[in-house]
Design a protein around this ligand. Structure first.
Ligand SMILES: [Zn+2]
Length: 278
């Protein structure tokens, strides 16, 4: 009698003699057991000698049962045993992978690494911003110093008259700049007013300024002074209005230059060295 349950399998039920109807499931069981043993043997390699021995005994006992073996199942089991090395390696790698994941690349460590990376990036950005801010501040200070240290002409318009040299047997230690009375006279650079008032020796209304580099200028014969002693001045700041006071033969500004507050030097080359070409 045909059993539809086995139709379509590699061992057609139609060709199976009635007396061997139960061999097929046993053979399949054998193949399943054999396959299971391959896995068990693979795991046995990971175990201690006693456990491995128990596994081996189990295998032997199954073999000793002497159940009829299905040839295909046996060859499949043999192939599985032959390829056991791969299975064992894969098994070890899988186990190793679990161990590794558990110790270094779990969700918590990934989050920690991401947090550290974000913190580092934030710190770098902050440092960069701070550096840029400092550079900008330094540039502003540099520009401020550069502006404070620039040198400018004392007058917008003038005519060069008497220069530095001897006149009638006497040194004229200045450059005279002829200009109408009331012309605006400017500080040559940034500095401090060290004298502002009447000078009875011939300068008339005199302004003396000591600049940031120690140089002192005299500007004489003014009609009016607009600064006082101790006042700080910036380059080009109005300090007085020109005139014809003191020993003067005509409206002009008498300009003297005293480097480091010492002896007067010829103004024209000194001014030229400071970017002022009169
Ligand atoms: Zn003069």
């Amino acid at each position: 009698m045909r059993n539809a349950t086995y139709t379509g399998r590699h061992r057609p039920a139609a060709q199976t003699p009635r007396g061997r109807r139960y061999v097929v499931p046993v053979a399949l069981l054998s193949a399943t057991v054999a396959g299971g043993l391959v896995i068990r043997e693979a795991r046995a390699g990971e175990l201690g000698p006693a456990a491995a021995g128990a596994m081996s005994n189990a295998s032997t006992s199954v073999d000793a049962v002497g159940l009829p073996a299905d040839p295909d199942a046996v060859s499949a089991a043999t192939a599985a045993r032959a390829g056991g090395g791969t299975s064992r390696d894969t098994s070890r790698e899988a186990l190793a992978g679990v161990d590794t994941a558990g110790s270094t690349s779990g969700p918590s460590s990934v989050e920690a690494a991401t947090a550290r990376a974000r913190a580092d990036e934030k710190a770098r950005a902050a440092a960069k911003a701070e550096k840029q801010k400092a550079a900008k501040a330094q540039a502003a200070r540099d520009n401020a110093v550069k502006a404070a240290h620039r040198w400018v002409s004392p007058l917008a318009s003038y005519t060069l008259t008497s220069g530095y040299g001897f006149r009638w047997g006497k040194l004229h230690p200045a450059q005279d700049l002829a200009t109408p009375v009331g012309s605006r006279v400017h500080s040559l650079s940034s500095g401090t007013v060290i004298f502002a008032g009447w000078d009875s020796t011939g300068f008339g209304n005199l302004v003396r300024i000591q600049y940031w580099d120690g140089t002192v200028s005299f500007m004489a014969h003014n009609s009016r002074l607009v600064v006082s002693v101790g006042q700080t001045v910036a380059p080009g700041q109005l300090v007085s209005y020109s005139g014809n006071t003191g020993h003067s033969t005509g409206p002009h500004v008498h300009l003297e230059i005293h480097p480091s507050g010492g002896e007067a030097v010829p103004p024209m080359p000194w001014l030229a060295n400071h970017g002022i070409r009169l």
